[in-house]
Every structure is written in structure tokens, then in C-alpha cells.
Design a protein around this ligand. Structure first.
Ligand SMILES: Cc1ncc(COP(=O)(O)O)c(C=O)c1O
Length: 368
């Protein structure tokens, strides 16, 4: 059998290797109570209002979803004080990242992004034959160097990705720096402001992509219901941009890209402001607990502004991953981001954080 020739640009992409479900890890290792603190989910779970809405809507699942997400768009537009024609919903913000390259990237076009950062930018660029250009984050504390980003712009640049807080470092770009970039973007360049963790940020000098959109700059702000809203399993995120950009993205959107259960849950979750406050509190408490616990092990995480932290554990993170797994703790290794002695870990509940710290202490003494 000779299969068709793979598109040349796909040779840069390795198939995604999914982690095992928690239940499978428990069965294989004969463990109970395995904790997964590897995907930056909300340890509090979804809002009870979202759970209720899903139950209420469950009997309607024989009908197609509203392809225009009418009610959700209205609610978002009211919340964000923008018009509905500036909003697009996606099957996760991942899908919106794909829409952006599908709409704008021709083979050979370039996009600038920092490194290390979220892998979907590379992936969606490669898929369309585009070329990602990586600008390293600066220093041991992984700060944005906006001047270096500006210097990387060429005549081929179509997109600049700003991930703030950045995955995996949790670091943010500062408004006064980003303002300079946004206000001086060359014609035909779109700035994608990925704000998957925006709701966790307390730093006053953090820029808001939606404000740039309101001010008329060529920016698309991406947000998600997967993180603070605790709805990662439903796959729903949204983008905010000028109506012309939204129109371009709608050309590549499937008619029913956002499922009905996700729309119902997201609409209810938007109402539950108290759940957002409690989610932030949990992360702030977790950060104190983890920072203190890691200091006792002689480790210092990068100062983060999200619901996860990135820390150099000074041993091979793949070995540490396996050893932590045997103790029922699943984290993300840093090697996939080019940092083989780092791990990325989501803040969990008090008990989960305690289990992680205890397991890490044991693992580090086993490995060193
Ligand atoms: C920075 C960043 N952007 C986007 C996403 C994708 O989120 P979604 O679940 O909405 O596709 C993630 C998920 O981990 C992320 O870390």
C-alpha cells in the first residue's frame, strides 16, 4: 500500500501524544486518588450554576446547537460592553487559533511568538505552511522583551502572538511595553492576544486585549471557559476583534462548531461571579503554600500570574515525572518546552498541593 504523499508543511508537526486518563493510571499502577495537576484546569471544578444548566439542557441534545451562539454572544457582548459582531465562539480557544491561521496564513508567511510558549501557535502556523519565528523570553525570570519582538518583524510577518499570562512560565507582558508595540503595528499585521488566564491576573499594569480592540487596533483577544470557568471538558472559548476580522474568521468556521451543552454551561457560568472570586482565592492561597513548600526544598518557582507555576527542580524532569506518577501525582514535564529540568504544575486544592510537595520531596531525595 502506498499512501498519498503527506503535505510538506506537515512534516514539521509531530502527532500529539495524549496523556493517560487518571482512571487508567490508577488501574495500571494499582493506585487510588491519583491527582492530575498537569493541564491548568480549575481545581474547584465548574460553577454549580453551569452544572444545573447542563442538567436542564440535557433533554435537548437531539437537536443541533445554535450555530450563531445567539444568547451567549449577547451575554458576552453585554458583559464586555461591545457589539455582538465583534465576538466569535470556538470549540475551545484552540479552534480560534486555527481559524486565525486558516484565514490569514499563506505558505511562507511568518508569525512571531515568544519561547517558551503555548504549542498551538507553532502547530496552527505549520498547518498552513507558515513559519513561526521565536523570540526568547528574557532572563532567568522569563520576562517579555517587547523590543526584541518589534525587531523580529519582517515584511513577511502577518501575526504576532502575545500569550499573557504565558504558558508555561506564568509571566506577563506589561501594558506600557505592549502599548508601544500595538500602537506601531505595521499595516497587515494582526496581534493575537491570548488571554486564557487573564481572569487570574491581579497586576494593575496588565494589558487587556479587549481594550485594544475597543480602541480600534488590529488585535484579537482570545479568552476561554476552560480555565477559571472550569469547563475544559466542554471545549468553548471566545475571541473579540473588529467586525471585519470576525467576518474573516467566520469564513472558515463550521456551522455548528460549538456544541449546545457548552453554550448552555458557559452562559450560566458567566453569571456566577462568586465562583470566579473563589477560584482566584484558591490559586492565591495555593501560590503561598507552594512557594513556602518549595523554598523548604531549596527551590524557587518563576513568579506567575496564572493558576500554574514553572519551576526548575534541578533534576531530569522526565525521571521526576515517572517517580511522581508512581506516587499518584501527574505534572507536566518541561522538556516539551525546551527546559528539561523544569516542571509545570497547576495549583490544586490545599490537600492536592500538600500531596504534591510531599511527593516532590521524596522524589528529589530518591533522584539526587
Ligand atoms: C495559553 C493558552 N491558550 C489557549 C489554550 C487553549 O484553551 P482551550 O481549552 O480554550 O482550547 C490553553 C490551554 O492550555 C493555553 O494554555
Amino acid at each position: 500500500m502506498k499512501r498519498p504523499e503527506l503535505r510538506a508543511c506537515l512534516k514539521n508537526i509531530k502527532p500529539y501524544v495524549p496523556g493517560k486518563p487518571v482512571g487508567e493510571v490508577e488501574r495500571e499502577l494499582g493506585l487510588k486518588d491519583v491527582i492530575k495537576i498537569a493541564s491548568n484546569e480549575n481545581a474547584l471544578g465548574p460553577s454549580p450554576l453551569a452544572v444545573e444548566a447542563m442538567k436542564r439542557n440535557s433533554t435537548e441534545m437531539h437537536t443541533y446547537p445554535d450555530g450563531n451562539c445567539f444568547y451567549l454572544k449577547q451575554a458576552l457582548a453585554a458583559d464586555l460592553q461591545i457589539k455582538t459582531d465583534k465576538v466569535i465562539l470556538g470549540n475551545g480557544s484552540d479552534e480560534l487559533l486555527m481559524f486565525i491561521t486558516m484565514a490569514y496564513i499563506n505558505p511562507g508567511d511568518e508569525a512571531i511568538m515568544v519561547s517558551p510558549s503555548f504549542s498551538e501557535y507553532d502547530f496552527s502556523m505549520y498547518l498552513m505552511g507558515g513559519t513561526p519565528k521565536h523570540v526568547p523570553l528574557a532572563g532567568d525570570d522569563f520576562q517579555y522583551d517587547v523590543n526584541a519582538i518589534r525587531e523580529a518583524i519582517t515584511a513577511k510577518t502577518k501575526i504576532i502572538y502575545i500569550c499573557s499570562p504565558n504558558n508555561p512560565t506564568g509571566t506577563i507582558v506589561h501594558k506600557k511595553d505592549l502599548d508601544q508595540l500595538v500602537k506601531n503595528l505595521p499595516d497587515g499585521v494582526l496581534l493575537v492576544m491570548d488571554q486564557a488566564y487573564h481572569e487570574y491576573v491581579e497586576e494593575p499594569d496588565h494589558p487587556c486585549g479587549i481594550d485594544y480592540v475597543k480602541e480600534g487596533y488590529p488585535v484579537i483577544a482570545l479568552r476561554t471557559f476552560s480555565k477559571i470557568y472550569g469547563l475544559a471538558g466542554l471545549r468553548i472559548g471566545y475571541g473579540v476583534a473588529a467586525s471585519g476580522i470576525i467576518e474573516d474568521l467566520n469564513r472558515v468556521r463550521e456551522p455548528f462548531n460549538v456544541n449546545a451543552m457548552a453554550q448552555a454551561a458557559a452562559l450560566a457560568a458567566l453569571e456566577d461571579k462568586e465562583h470566579l472570586v473563589r477560584s482566584c482565592e484558591l490559586v492565591n492561597e495555593g501560590r503561598k503554600q507552594i512557594t513556602t513548600g518549595l523554598a523548604e526544598l531549596g527551590l524557587k518557582p518563576i513568579r506567575d500570574h496564572a493558576n500554574f507555576f514553572f519551576v526548575d527542580i534541578k533534576v531530569d524532569s522526565k525521571q521526576a515525572f515517572q517517580a511522581l506518577l508512581k506516587k499518584g501525582v501527574i505534572v507536566r514535564t518541561g522538556d516539551i518546552f525546551g527546559y528539561p529540568t523544569y516542571i509545570r504544575v497547576t495549583y490544586g486544592t490545599r490537600e492536592q498541593n500538600e500531596r504534591f510537595l510531599k511527593a516532590l520531596k521524596e522524589v528529589l531525595s530518591e533522584l539526587s
